[in-house]
Ligand binder design. Sequence first.
Ligand code: PEP
Length: 254
Amino acid sequence: MNKERKLIIAGNWKMNKTVAEALHLVRGLKIELAAVKEVDIVVCPPFTALSEVSKAVMDSILRLGAQNMSEHNFGAFTGEIAAGMLKEFSVRYVILGHSERRQLYKETSELVAQKTRAAHAASLKPIVCVGETLQEREAGQMERVLDAQVRHSLDGLTAPQMEDTIIAYEPVWAIGTGKNATTTQAQEAHAFIRGLIATLFDATVARHVRIQYGGSVKPANARELMSQPDVDGALVGGASLDARNFCDIIKNSI
Ligand code: PEP
């Protein structure tokens, strides 16, 4: 598939996999995906597996991501993890503002922006998630919701930082439901987000920024979704827990 931007496909393992299970999965991916050059491939294990997975992916094309981080660099923030701590394990990417964090832990776009700026300050590449709920979509509010989330979650970034930020469009109604957005719905939302980036930054930044689709991506729908001009990769939840499925998503996307 000839794309304007290099695809980036990331697996969000969420709160799954012991260290032993994580190593088993990543060893399978390393072998299967060794020859893939066309896609940036990222695995995002739970914090507890970062150390071992980091060693396991060292000599491979797989890159390491975390699922969250603090907006602070250090201090009395019980239970939090700072960007500098992630860097100790060669983490390069960090998922921020996932809808589960927004909904279950009440993370606001303002907090996501603080984390996004902290990630860049530590030279981590943030994957910033945005997306509307089913209720919002059905009420015709998708664009209003995406506009507010994008605008506020990326507040304060410089143009080079924005180019180095990945946006994940993840309609909440498609996450873990088996119900993916149609290619038309995904393309419409991605084009809207890219247009907004052009307004907030400029056309060059908008042309360079990569926008992933997330929400029930599977081997069977990956090719069609990735064929859309503004879809530059995927953030994969459930299907990334199984080596066969994750590899097939990547191979079907090329
Ligand atoms: C996600 O949680 O980021 C996600 C896209 O999940 P799933 O692929 O399981 O829908």
